[in-house]
Design a protein around this ligand. Structure first.
Ligand code: 5AD
Ligand code: SF4
Length: 457
């Protein structure tokens, strides 16, 4: 058994932070001799990196585990040792319940304990089931292994970096403050070292992640508390870093210095995900969002004053307990006023343990479905108009990969449009300017400008 490389298969659900966590888990497991596989059947270790935001999240995990249990049985019958680990936010929320309901699971590990994976797995070697959903005192990031340069290159030009985790806002519908814990910011030094390592191996764009990323308040190298703006300004100095994004932001944390950085920092991309959730003041209060519609609109005004070309996206929940037709119409009105480049829509569903879950769930499913479709149609139209406005414009494109057709390369605009051009693959990894000559449903088509030299940003 030990003379062959062991294989790990990680299936990630949900947000970008889970995608990032999956890379950190595989990096730490590489030190234990595990290499990644994309085939679950050939894995000695199967990790479900779960998300609790999804509707019926826990039930879906249990049903997936039922299938994986059969796979484990087959493999074990053929003499192949197989372990199942449940990670992510469902692991944190359900804990021992997972082991009780599905005995084939070997390990339940919460998001704050991934650095302990080697030790936890060893404890399962004698057939014991192990659970670790503590919020540890030590900082997991101080103990997580780093990816090799080859791995960084294989992962591409864009990298996620968690800079802040957890949330203290306690929106009444949301499980995040319970699953990811209290708001914690990583120290600046740790983040800068991580980005330096990524950039040295070819990463050109970093997305700074946090459940409340614009509330970032990490310890700076000078001992002072640094804001997200200050952190981004420092990251922008790292050679190779051409673009910086961040997500997800809360409307109440759009500080003056962040807006100033959007004015001053060419690497800061003009695309902001700023969830508002609802356009009704009564619903916002019920959600404990701590801002009104007018507050949100004021923020949008400030943001556009700082960066007139800022594109905006948002999350919306339809059918929050008690949401009336008129309150839903208020959300449509807000969307009409702001004009979004994109948005995510969710039908409200109660999450056990959250305050809203005791408010009942009054809005019938068919009403939620209809409201969701109306919001989506409205924002789809806004997105199409936003894309159509690109026609004839000259934009900087960060080229990321070969295009769909031979001779083409593909990349992204600062506003996250996918762009294809006819061009040399030597441009991959670089920013070049292109004129948009065609607007498709999912991507733009452009023509490279004569000089292919790296443009500003
Ligand atoms: N029901 C529906 N949507 C939810 N979200 C979070 N919790 C719930 C819930 N209980 C949505 C919010 C959040 C996004 C990530 O998921 O819109 O911004
Ligand atoms: Fe959840 Fe609200 Fe915190 Fe966002 S701000 S993670 S929705 S509690």
């Amino acid at each position: 058994m030990d003379d062959r490389k062991r294989k790990v298969f990680v299936k990630s659900y949900g947000c970008q932070m889970n995608v990032y966590d999956a890379t950190r888990m595989t990096d730490v497991l590489a030190g234990e001799g595990y290499e990644e596989t994309t085939a679950m059947e050939s894995a000695d270790l199967i990790v479900l990196n779960t998300c609790h935001i999804r509707e019926h999240a826990s039930e879906k995990v249990f049903s997936e585990l039922g299938k994986i249990r059969l796979l484990k049985q087959e493999r074990v019958a053929s003499g192949l040792d197989t372990k199942i680990a449940v990670a992510g936010c469902v692991a944190q929320a359900e804990g021992a319940e997972i082991l009780r309901r599905q005995s084939a699971v070997d390990l339940v590990v919460g998001p704050q304990n991934y650095h302990r994976l080697p030790e936890l797995l060893r404890r399962t070697d004698n057939g014991a089931s192990v659970i670790d959903t503590e919020f540890p005192l030590e900082d997991k990031f101080d103990h997580l292994a780093h990816p090799t340069a080859d791995k960084i290159r294989a992962r591409g030009l864009n990298a996620f970096v968690t800079v802040q985790e957890g949330c203290d806002k306690f929106c009444t519908f949301c499980v995040v403050p319970y699953t990811r814990g209290a708001e914690v910011s990583r120290p600046v030094r740790q983040i800068v070292e991580e980005v330096e390592r990524l950039a040295a191996s070819g990463v050109r764009e970093v997305s700074l992640l946090g459940q409340n990323v614009n509330a970032y308040h990490g310890e700076g190298p000078d001992g002072a508390v640094w804001s997200l703006a200050r952190l981004a300004t420092r990251i922008a100095q790292i050679p190779g870093v051409a673009r910086i994004r961040y997500t997800t932001s809360h409307p109440n944390d759009m500080t003056d210095d962040l807006l100033q950085a959007h004015r001053d920092l060419p690497q800061f991309m003009p695309f902001l995900h700023l969830p508002v959730q609802s356009g009704s003041d009564r619903i916002l209060a019920q959600m404990n969002r701590k801002h009104s519609v007018a507050d949100y609109l004021r923020q949008i005004e400030r943001i556009r004053a700082a960066r007139p070309d800022m594109a905006l996206s948002s999350d919306f929940i339809v059918g929050f307990p008690g949401e009336t037709d008129a309150e839903f119409e208020d959300t449509l009105r807000l969307i009409e006023e702001v004009k979004f480049a994109s948005a995510y829509f969710f039908k409200y569903s109660a999450r056990p343990g959250t305050p809203a879950s005791t408010m009942g769930d009054h809005v019938p499913e068919e009403v939620k479905v209809e409201r969701l479709a109306r919001l989506k149609a409205l924002v789809d139209g806004q997105r199409d108009a936003f894309n159509a406005a690109m026609l004839g414009q000259t934009v900087d494109v960060l080229f990321e990969k070969p295009g769909r057709r031979p001779g083409q390369i593909g990349g992204k605009t600062p506003w996250l449009h996918a762009v294809h051009v006819d061009g040399p693959k030597e441009l991959i990894g670089q920013i070049a300017s292109a004129r948009i000559i065609e607007v498709g449903v999912n991507s733009l088509y452009g023509r490279l400008n004569d000089s292919h030299t790296e443009a500003s940003h």
